[in-house]
Ligand binder design. Structure first.
Ligand SMILES: N[C@@H](Cc1c[nH]cn1)C(=O)NCC(=O)O
Length: 448
């Protein structure tokens, strides 16, 4: 009997797998754009809505508080709906939250919008991680995470480089916030394509029904090894020194170095966008986005490298180490900030590329959902606290020196956790340091 050749677009093939990856990545494009639209528009928002920096920080805090609550209590919802319906529900929440932010008349409505937005957005990111693990298990997993990060970062980089421009061009910051909401709607449409492809793939490949992504199963907590906990601790310290920093860094570049928010340029809107991108190093939000652009460009290559050489814990050590001088020099010197932002960019390439794909390697397969959910909840604890502290310290002291020392300290704590991870991984057989072929999925791991 001759077997039918499988088409190029068969769910078991690479082409199908990577196409589905594109849509699962675009699922969060809008939310990444909208997440940082606050940071990108901070000077305009502060002027137009009479907000202080602590309030800008509190908009990030509201996002993370909602995220922590939903990740802990949203488990039942996942159980009932499954990730496809849940992803749809959460992407609609993201869109709704972005709309509320766009129409908000003052601080409290903005905070309410960010709460709704955060509840949807972080859950969507966890579903995304669980789906990537499911489609790329034992395949190009770190590279897949890298590609997903790249497409997410496109949202962030565009946010920092177009939002002020949109507000400036249309003489209204609301148009810029509506642009963010529209992009969230685009992500809802991408979600529909992903759902169709995932359902088809599941049927054709007789895949196990997709499990709930992020339900926290409390009895699982004591089953996790120290390697997992060190990854989580590094995650919270590392990201607390990145996103809360970028939330206000455009203001720092404007305030401390006098760098403008948009380039003075006449012409049509698209000409201005193009000019702004090509002169990214001349604007405060553009300089903020250097770090993110580095991660956007290099994440898939770093992921491919991690798949091949392993050395995940060592790369996390290097990334955390680089962060310490980069933040410190931004705080205590008046040197050109671009090289420091580039250094932070290197850290932002290395650590996420090695960290997120490490999770499925250090926990048992059936606990991957819990592991990602818990890590996201704890990460958001830092993302809730540090933007507030950043804004508060800046408002109190009148400079960003103390906040930069704080971020540098977070880098030092991250370095300590990365070293402890390296040591714990040695004890657990070096699964994180192993390259392709040599690494196991850690199913034999036992709690200490
Ligand atoms: N939990 C997110 C936070 C975020 C940033 N922008 C939108 N949400 C996260 O940490 N994602 C991983 C990453 O490296 O961006």
């Amino acid at each position: 009997m001759t077997s039918e050749p499988l088409g190029v677009f068969h769910p078991s093939g690479r082409f199908y797998r990577f196409t589905i990856l594109i849509f699962i990545s675009l699922l969060v494009l809008g939310s990444y754009f909208a997440y940082d639209s606050i940071g990108a528009l901070e000077n305009t928002l502060m002027a137009e809505l009479h907000l202080d920096r602590s309030t800008i920080g509190s908009l990030y805090t509201a996002y993370s508080v909602a995220a922590i609550a939903i990740v802990f209590f949203g488990g039942m919802l996942y159980d009932k709906l499954g990730p496809r319906k849940a992803s749809l529900l959460f992407s609609v929440l993201v869109f709704l939250g972005a709309v509320i932010v766009a129409v908000a008349k003052g601080k409290w409505m903005l905070i309410f919008g960010r709460l709704i937005f955060g509840a949807g957005s972080e859950s969507l990111i966890v579903v995304q991680s669980a789906i990537i693990s499911r489609w790329f298990k034992g395949k190009e997993m770190a590279m897949a995470f890298g590609i997903a990060l790249t497409l997410s970062r496109v949202g962030t980089v565009f946010s920092f480089n177009t939002e002020e421009l949109i507000a400036d061009h249309f003489h209204s910051f609301r148009v810029a916030l509506w642009a963010a909401a529209l992009l969230c709607l685009f992500s809802v449409l991408c979600n529909l394509v992903f759902i169709a492809m995932d359902r088809h793939g599941e049927k054709v490949l007789s895949l196990q029904k997709a499990e709930a992504g992020d339900k926290i199963v409390f009895s699982d907590l004591k089953k996790f090894t120290s390697s997992y906990w060190f990854v989580v601790l590094l995650c919270v310290t590392f990201y607390s020194a990145i996103f809360p920093f970028t939330a206000l860094s455009s203001d720092m570049f404007h305030d401390k170095w006098g760098i403008p928010n948009v380039t003075a340029m006449s012409g049509g809107f698209l000409t201005k966008v193009f000019y702004n991108f090509t002169h990214m190093f001349n604007t405060a939000p553009g300089i903020t986005s250097i770090t993110i652009a580095a991660s956007m460009i290099f994440a898939p290559f770093a992921g491919g490298l991690v798949d091949r050489i392993g050395r995940r814990a060592s790369l996390m050590v290097v990334g955390a180490l680089i962060m310490i001088p980069a933040h410190l020099l931004l705080g205590v010197t008046h040197w050109n900030p671009i090289p420091m932002m580039a250094l932070l960019g290197v850290a932002f390439v290395l650590v996420p590329a090695a960290m997120w794909p490490s999770v499925p390697l250090v926990v048992e397969e059936k606990r991957v959902g819990t592991a990602f959910g818990l890590m996201t909840a704890i990460q958001n604890g830092g993302l809730a606290l540090f933007p507030l502290l950043n804004g508060w310290l800046r408002d109190k002291t009148g400079t960003y020196t103390s906040t930069q020392i704080m971020f540098s300290g977070l880098g030092a704590a991250g370095l300590l956790f990365a070293f402890l991870l390296l040591r714990a991984d040695k004890r657990h057989g070096g699964v994180l340091e192993a390259g392709s072929g040599a690494g196991s999925r850690g199913t034999e791991l036992q709690p200490e």
